[in-house]
Design a protein around this ligand. Structure first.
Ligand code: ATP
Length: 297
């Protein structure tokens, strides 16, 4: 028997980053929006824990026990006194190390799939606890939709979304390491008073109304200067999408994927074509939001 779970990528429509805490983490006000780009995780009973991966970036995904999906299966098994003997197969469509929470998506997917395969009937609250232990973005991958994350980003409050938003994601060559981007943020803000991170009310209102123009005006990412500092060529990608008519452009999370909010689906197609023609990205993907969280197929 096999179970397959589909899990969306995310874009941070607001990423407000506070000063580094004594434990090295940063307090965040993180507005997550799930977008319709998906990984699928299929789990099948096996003699031992094994991982395989297919997709254009599959060669960049670790196939050992450092894979977040494997760690999710191990954690769930340990809670229930089981052996994590499953074959985890990941069909990867979310860019790897792209700031779109691909690894987190696979972890949430593996957790939900193993819970169904093993009949462990884990409560939603307990699944969310395990997600938070696995990483700051993992709880959101489970719930999807839109949510405000506070703390390290793992304490979630669901948000209302009143319409569909049309995005283009420009995928860069190579990834950026999230810890490296935070370290660059710390370097760039050294000696600067970093304000307490707070969610933007105009942004939350724009989401609730489904108003793309208002959302475009309110998008923000405090990690963008750090990502641009490490990868200056991203400025050219942002400019190419804006010149093609995107309502707004920003770095997605820690990058290097860049996100372009557009008026409607035809405009998204135009922006994607222009981005590809500009030669400033490896590929351009269309996706609508919000998307549902991890779902058993
Ligand atoms: P985030 O947006 O949550 O910061 P990201 O999208 O930038 O994350 P991921 O795709 O999650 O980055 O991958 C970051 C690193 O994690 C990869 O370079 C890889 O070494 C490791 N990793 C572990 N498990 C996975 C997985 N299932 N898929 C992809 N990468 C994984």
């Amino acid at each position: 028997m096999s179970v397959t779970v589909r899990v969306p990528a995310k874009v941070n429509v607001q990423l407000a980053v506070g000063a580094a805490r004594p434990d090295g983490f940063h307090d965040l006000a993180n507005v997550f929006l799930a977008v319709g780009l998906y990984d699928e995780v299929t789990v099948t009973a096996a003699d031992e824990l094994r991982i395989t991966c297919e997709g254009p970036d599959a060669d960049q995904v670790p196939l050992d026990h450092t894979n977040l999906a494997a760690r999710a299966a191990q954690k769930l098994a340990a809670r229930h006194g089981l052996a994590p003997d499953v074959h985890l197969h990941i069909t990867k469509d979310i860019p790897v190390a792209g700031g779109m929470a691909g690894g987190s998506a696979d972890a949430a997917g593996a957790l939900l799939a193993c819970d169904a395969l093993w009949d462990t009937n884990t409560s939603r609250a307990e699944l969310l606890d395990i997600c938070a232990e696995l990483g700051s973005d993992v709880p959101f991958s489970l719930v999807g939709g839109a949510a405000l994350g506070t703390g390290r980003g793992e304490q979630l409050r669901p948000l209302e979304v009143g319409g569909t938003f049309h995005w283009v994601f420009a995928v860069a060559d190579g990834g950026l390491s999230t810890p490296a981007v935070y370290a660059e943020f710390d370097r760039l803000t050294e000696g600067v008073e970093v304000p307490e991170p707070l969610a933007s009310q105009p942004l939350l209102d724009a989401l609730a109304k489904g108003d793309s123009t208002a959302l475009a005006a309110a998008l923000s990412n405090d990690l963008q200067p750090a990502a641009l500092s490490l990868r200056p060529s991203l400025a050219g990608t942002l400019a190419a999408g804006t010149a093609a008519g995107a309502l707004a452009a920003l770095v997605s999370g820690s990058g290097p994927t860049t996100a372009f909010l557009t008026r409607d689906a035809p405009s998204a197609t135009k922006v994607a074509e222009a981005l590809l023609a500009s030669g400033t990205c490896r590929t351009a993907r269309l996706a609508a939001s919000p998307a549902p969280g991890a779902t058993v197929l």
